[in-house]
Ligand binder design. Structure first.
Ligand SMILES: Nc1ncnc2c1ncn2[C@@H]1O[C@H](COP(=O)(O)OP(=O)(O)OP(=O)(O)O)[C@@H](O)[C@H]1O
Ligand SMILES: [Mg+2]
Ligand SMILES: [Zn+2]
Length: 326
């Protein structure tokens, strides 16, 4: 594991905790200014615990009683505080520190001292140099999805309009996210360029990242580059081994633009290996591609294509290139 990267990630956590602390202090000062009694309550609560520790130290045999008394006093104070806040229309959790990750409180480690999922996700992002992912996900997600971009005219040779088709796809994607823990479903998006395949990959990635799942999002070209660096043992990058493991272990693997990589026996075998291993482990995968099922079966071996067609829900995108529509 690359120490410099770990140090970098730990520094990021430090910054996050710092931000959480500052924001919390700011909210606290605000509240103190509006309701001075709250400051007194906070001081009193601190005193109660210090007092209790002292008493227990002096009379260890009374510890049960002292603790009960302390709990009682604290509860009273908390109730008064909650009452005051509510009375002033301030949400009770306004005076709690808000971390980006509530599981590890932005330390990177959970209560048992194990690496938190968010730590692993940061390593994934580093490994795949996905540091700009956040910016993309702010723009392309379910809440920015614009159905009006899709034409409501039925094109020649089709039965439903691109908009109707997209409504269907969107609802399948939403239920994919919703039922993520309960189904073994995989998705294959195919269609020509500029139809919103990558957009939906991003939307799903963001929704699942927000729920705390580990997501690897990568183009098949980059994945193949990683596989080749490992195979030929040259130009290796920090975290390559970790990134490789995550292709198999991430809760969701999104392979964008399958078919842009060069296909030879090596890529065929490797892609099969990844997809197959994930299917066997019931780990979910999403593939987006410009290739039609017929083209896929021509380019990839029978093993890969039959895996794809058997284990994936195949969704066809059609309509006009959105990049020209705007
Ligand atoms: N549902 C949507 N709401 C708003 N904007 C969208 C939506 N779908 C796609 N777009 C925008 O349209 C453009 C093309 O979409 P996208 O990149 O997802 O196409 P694609 O199908 O992945 O194309 P390619 O096959 O070339 O990779 C992007 O700028 C994207 O932000
Ligand atoms: Mg795309
Ligand atoms: Zn965490």
């Amino acid at each position: 594991m690359n120490k410099a990267i770990i140090a970098e990630i730990l520094k990021e956590y430090e910054k996050l905790r710092d931000l959480a602390e500052k924001a919390y202090q700011k909210r606290k000062d605000e509240v103190y200014a509006i309701i001075p009694r709250i400051r007194e309550i906070d001081v009193a609560m601190a005193k109660v615990s210090i007092h209790a520790s002292k008493s227990i130290f002096d009379n260890p045999s009374d510890s049960q009683f002292i603790l009960k008394e302390m709990e009682y006093s604290i509860k009273q104070l908390q109730q008064e505080k909650a009452f005051l806040l509510t009375e002033h229309n301030i949400p009770v959790n306004y005076l709690e520190k808000i971390y980006q990750c509530s599981n590890c409180q932005d330390t990177g480690f959970d209560r048992k001292g194990k690496k938190c999922g968010c730590f692993k996700q940061r390593m994934i992002n580093y490994g795949y140099r996905m540091s700009n992912l956040n910016q993309v996900l702010e723009k392309e997600n379910f809440s920015t999805f614009n159905m009006n971009l899709f034409s409501d005219q039925v094109p020649e040779g089709e039965v439903v309009s691109p908009r109707e088709n997209m409504k269907e796809i969107l609802s399948l994607c939403e239920s994919f996210v919703h039922n993520f823990d309960h189904t073994k479903e995989n998705l294959l998006f195919y269609g020509s360029t500029g139809l919103g395949k990558t957009f939906l990959c991003n939307a799903i990635a963001k929704a699942l990242l927000d729920k705390g799942y580990l997501v690897v999002y990568q183009t098949s070209f980059n994945i193949l580059e990683l596989l080749e660096r490992r195979k030929f043992k040259k130009d290796s990058l920090p975290l390559d081994n970790f990134s490789y493991e995550m292709l198999f272990d991430a809760d969701l693997l999104i392979i964008d633009d399958l078919g842009t990589e060069m296909t030879n026996t090596f890529t065929n075998t490797e892609i099969f290996n990844i997809i197959n291993t994930r299917l066997l482990k019931s780990k979910r995968t999403i593939i987006s591609t410009n290739l039609s099922p017929v083209e896929i079966s021509k380019i990839y071996s029978d093993r890969v294509s039959s895996r794809l067609f058997g284990g994936f829900n195949i969704l066809r995108f059609y309509g006009k290139d959105l990049r020209w529509e705007r």
